[in-house]
Design a protein around this ligand. Structure first.
Ligand code: C2E
Ligand code: CA
Ligand code: CA
Length: 548
């Protein structure tokens, strides 16, 4: 009998990863290849030929048992799904009549089904790097999707974005990035089941068109599994690579009413997920669409703000705590929009960083701050906040030197405030630019000190002119032991010969405590709220009469 079967199925049947079996209409096994035995946990060493498939535990206790029994009896072709344990892929068993008394069985795991469906993707709908579908395939699926049978009740779009992918490319190059994407594609595929489809949208974004109602695992389960799988280390070119994935999900009838909105809504959810912490999963909610709309209209208004002269700079004084003298001012931007009112930089600077407008706005800030500082009565320093993005184009050194030249501000009066975010980006390259700025004679202050992860190690890498201790330490909310940390930062500054200045000083009590701890400078509402340049003349003369 095995020879006869091998003849029918072809020589490779015995070696195939598909399960092949031939059974009588009563279920008596006449032939089974190793893969078939493996799938139904039939030991190949025992003499299973002549035994009934229906008697094996995995079959007779399965919920599909009766269905199988009926299908064997009936001459029509049938397909039966065998669900075993949650962690084991379900099996698809195809049954066809061989002759009146026997049936041929073909058993497939979902991975094979997926590989079959992937290899049937037409070339123009295929992503050539990963072999997955591409955006065109997704469009087609979404266009043609119908809520067919009752089980296929709804459709979800699961959008996956890798969190540190750009860094991997920066560190290991594009070829390694491509290899990583292929590995990621495989891991995503391992979670997905027919008839769901995975496509790569381009870059490091993947999308799953997920049919809800067909299986026990929901879209959230799939998303969690993917986050977990992607967070495990990858091996690329012999190097261990660690990344994570953020995921946005939108589902039909769950806040999304039309197929055409699914992709957009999944993107909103993903955007929100990325704004939280790495490895976050977010479901779309109507509120997110509203936020996205607001953001979009803010973006439009922001584009014309510079031209319409809607930005202003306010200046907040900094005092020297050792002698109570006035040291200088920090420039803080405000957006004064006729319709929106006064908008905080916290609400629009991140947006300008996303759109790239921070480059032109940043240049305006530098120029304006230097120009206005020239009109003050005295050689006070001016602090200017510089965004990490401004270091990406490498133009910052030229911009600063031409601004100094055109405004005539002595370089030692300008202090650029950078955050740790600047150094995290591309350390070697940023360091080169910082040294070039320093050689212009400009000071570089480390802003929001203590809030990052590795601030301490950065202090040794560059001779900063100032450490600005974050407000959370001053208010004592940063850590339970914030006073101890504050004292540690102050003595660190003293040891490294870097001036420390505390931000957000609001009360006399805070001021006195900082002074007692040896902090050298203070800035905050206690001294003054930020003021326009037109108020500085009065402020300076008042300050001279009543120094701290
Ligand atoms: P920052 O550089 O840490 O600026 C200090 C912030 O603390 C300012 O908020 C300031 O108004 C506020 N502040 C000062 N004293 C006190 C106080 O005693 N109590 C409290 N609660 N707050 C105080 P602001 O102006 O809203 O700026 C927020 C952030 O936006 C800044 O944080 C900075 O990161 C960014 N930013 C402001 N202006 C610019 C700019 O011109 N360029 C760039 N790239 N970022 C800017
Ligand atoms: Ca600052
Ligand atoms: Ca700060």
């Amino acid at each position: 009998m095995p020879n006869e079967v091998a003849h029918i199925l072809g020589e490779t049947a015995h070696l195939s990863s598909l399960g092949f079996g031939v059974v009588t209409t009563d279920g008596i096994i006449n032939y089974a290849n190793p893969a078939f035995c493996d799938m139904f946990l039939i030991s190949t060493s025992e003499t299973y030929i002549g035994q009934s498939l229906l008697a094996f535990p995995l079959v007779c206790y399965n919920s599909s048992f009766t269905e199988l029994q009926l299908a064997l009896d009936c001459p029509d072709p049938a397909v039966i799904q065998f669900h075993f344990d949650r962690d084991i892929d379900p099996l698809t068993l195809e049954i066809a009549e061989l002759n009146a008394g026997s049936r041929m069985l073909v058993a497939k795991r979902k991975q094979q089904l997926l590989i079959e469906s992937i290899s049937s993707i037409s070339p123009n709908q295929r992503d050539h790097l990963t072999g997955l579908g591409n955006r065109m395939l997704l469009d087609e699926i979404l266009e043609n999707w119908q809520p067919g049978s009752p089980e296929v009740s709804s459709l979800a779009v699961i959008m996956i974005d890798l969190d540190r992918f750009k860094k991997v490319i920066e560190a290991l190059g594009h070829r390694a990035g491509d290899k990583l994407l292929k590995l990621v594609a495989k891991r995503i595929l391992s979670v997905v089941q027919e008839p769901d489809t995975v496509v790569r949208m381009g870059g490091d974004v993947f999308v799953i068109a997920y049919t809800i109602g067909l299986k026990s695992m929901g879209a959230e389960w799939v998303a969690r599994r993917i986050v977990e799988l992607i967070s495990r280390p990858f091996l690329v070119d012999g190097q261990q690579v660690n990344i994570s994935a953020s995921i946005g999900i939108a589902a039909l009838n769950h806040g999304t009413n039309t197929i055409t909105d699914l992709l957009k809504h999944a993107e909103f959810a993903l955007y929100k997920a990325k704004g939280t912490r790495k490895g976050t999963i977010r479901f779309f909610e109507p509120e997110l669409a509203l936020q996205a709309m607001k953001r979009y209209s803010l973006e439009i208004d922001l584009r014309s703000a510079l031209l319409l002269k809607e930005f202003i700079l306010l200046y907040q004084p900094q005092v020297n705590m050792t002698d109570g003298s006035l040291q200088g001012f920090e420039a803080l931007i405000r957006w004064q929009n006729p319709a929106r009112g006064l908008i905080s930089p916290l609400d629009f600077i991140p947006l300008t960083e996303d759109t790239g407008e921070i480059h032109t706005i940043g240049e305006w800030i530098l120029h304006t701050a230097c120009q206005e500082a020239m009109s003050w009565d005295g050689n006070f320093s001016v602090g200017v906040n510089v965004s990490p993005i401004q270091f990406e184009s490498e133009g910052i050194v030229d911009i600063v030197s031409s601004v100094l030249a055109s405004t005539g501000l002595p370089p030692n009066r300008l202090e650029l405030e950078i955050t740790e975010g600047v150094l995290i980006k591309d350390f070697a390259n940023v360091l080169k630019q910082l040294w070039a700025l320093k050689s212009l004679g400009v000071g570089i202050a480390m802003d929001d000190f203590g809030t990052g992860y590795s601030s301490l190690s950065y202090l040794n890498s560059f001779p900063f002119s100032k450490i600005k201790i974050d407000q959370s330490f001053v208010r004592g909310e940063s850590y339970p032991k914030s006073r101890a940390l504050l004292q540690a930062i102050i003595s660190l500054g003293a040891n490294l010969d870097i001036v420390t200045i505390a931000e957000g000083v609001e009360t006399q009590e805070q001021y006195d405590q900082l002074a007692a701890d040896g902090c050298l400078g203070a800035q905050g509402y206690l001294i003054s709220v930020p003021m326009p340049t037109s108020s500085i003349r009065d402020f300076i003369s008042d300050f001279k009469k009543n120094p701290r």
